[in-house]
Design a protein around this ligand. Sequence first.
Ligand SMILES: Cc1cc2nc3c(=O)[nH]c(=O)nc-3n(C[C@H](O)[C@H](O)[C@H](O)COP(=O)(O)O)c2cc1C
Length: 195
Amino acid sequence: MSESQTGASVMAAIHERRSVRSYSPYVMDQSIVRSLLAAAVRAPTAKHEEPWIFAIVQDNGLLKRISDLAKKLMAESESQAHVDRGAHPPDFFSIEHFNIFYNAGTLVVICGKLLGEYVVADCWLAAENLMLAAFSMGLGTCVIGSAVSALNRPEIKSELNIPSDVRVIAPIIIGVPEGETGLTPRKEPHICSWN
Ligand SMILES: Cc1cc2nc3c(=O)[nH]c(=O)nc-3n(C[C@H](O)[C@H](O)[C@H](O)COP(=O)(O)O)c2cc1C
């Protein structure tokens, strides 16, 4: 945890957050996860529906199983793409030791009750709150979109106690960063009009 990061202002957190893909083996205290969830649910929410539900995974065996399933599903869909566009599937899906969660000790799965057209927006707003809050506490995060298909499989949802009418939207890993991660660049905002 870097000192300058701890208690970062909102602007600093927005400008300095980055996706972290290397973590120290540290089991995050439940109280830290709860404070991140408290920040997540402060996000704006359409019609004040608060449609989010959170599944927390800290069991390394379960994280590995979900990672393996996600890799299998991605390899299958990439094989299909290979047929369609003549490209080879990315090698890392078949690398045995590659863990799509980068060995982070905590996965927060943000799910949404399918209540209306803004459920997905609500959940992503909660996701960003969580990631900025984590950054300000010296923690690293990364959205793992590649886990969504596996997490939405009925057998995994049932294992995580996610009701069948609830959809997995934003899986986010959290942990103590190991080593330094550089900031990625951004294009200038494309302003198409300013009347
Ligand atoms: C919807 C979404 C899905 C993502 N899925 C993955 C993923 O599966 N694996 C991964 O390593 N990073 C994933 N990322 C992180 C992006 O790669 C990352 O945000 C982007 O490269 C910009 O880098 P930064 O977050 O460090 O600024 C995802 C980000 C978003 C918003």
